[in-house]
Write a protein of this length. Structure first.
Length: 187
C-alpha cells in the first residue's frame, strides 16, 4: 500500500467501487473543494445485479455533495482496473486534450493502491501520480491484519499482482521496490 501524498493535479481519477462509496465521495468532494483537480474521471461499470453503473452511483452522491456535473467525466463500462484506465482515458480524450494531462491524483481503495498505480503505469505511462487512499475499514492501515475484510483484500492484492505482471496487465512503478514475481510456496 504505497503512499504517494496528494498533490494538485491536472485530473482526478476515482476508481469505481461498491464498497465505501460515502467515504470515496466525501474524499473526492474535499479534494475538489481544495482545488486539487479541475475535472474528475469516475470509472466503473455495472456489477452484479446493480441497476446503475458504479460511476453513476458515485456521480449522484458527488453532485448531492456539491460537485458540479460539468466537473465529472463518467466512464460506465469498465469491469476491471485495466478497463478503468483504458476506457477512462478514452472518455477523457473525448472532452480534454490528453497532452495537457501530466498529473493525476488517484482516488481508490487503500488495499488496491499499488495495483491502480501499476495499471496506470502500464496503460497511461508518463503521468506524475499522487494518491488519496480510501480506508473505509474503520481501522488504521498499519493494523490491516486485525480486520477480516481488510486482511482478505490486502492478501488478495498480494496474490494477484504477480499474475497480472506476468500477463502484461501491469508495469512496475519506478518509485517503488520491485514487486515479488511469485508467491508460490510462501506462507
Amino acid at each position: 500500500m504505497p503512499s504517494f501524498p496528494v498533490c494538485a493535479s491536472d485530473l482526478g481519477f476515482l476508481f469505481g467501487t461498491r464498497h465505501g462509496v460515502p467515504e470515496f465521495c466525501e474524499a473526492a468532494h474535499e479534494l475538489w473543494r481544495n482545488g486539487m483537480f479541475g475535472r474528475l474521471l469516475v470509472s466503473g461499470g455495472r456489477t452484479r445485479s446493480m441497476p446503475l453503473a458504479e460511476a453513476e452511483v458515485i456521480a449522484e452522491q458527488l453532485v448531492a455533495l456539491g460537485v458540479p456535473e460539468n466537473v465529472l467525466i463518467l466512464e460506465t463500462e469498465a469491469m476491471n482496473t485495466g478497463e478503468n484506465v483504458r476506457f477512462g482515458r478514452e472518455k477523457v480524450a473525448e472532452v480534454m486534450d490528453l497532452s495537457v494531462i501530466r498529473s493525476v491524483v488517484v482516488i481508490g481503495k487503500i488495499c488496491s493502491t499499488r495495483r491502480y498505480l501499476m495499471t496506470l503505469q502500464r496503460h497511461w505511462p508518463g503521468l506524475s501520480l499522487s494518491v488519496c487512499q480510501i480506508n473505509y475499514f474503520g481501522i488504521p492501515a498499519e493494523r490491516w491484519y486485525e480486520h477480516e475484510e481488510f486482511h482478505a483484500r490486502v492478501l488478495g492484492e498480494f496474490n494477484k499482482i504477480p499474475r497480472y505482471l506476468a500477463e502484461g496487465f501491469l508495469e512496475e512503478i519506478g518509485e517503488c521496490p520491485a514487486y515479488p514475481r511469485s508467491t508460490a510456496g510462501k506462507s
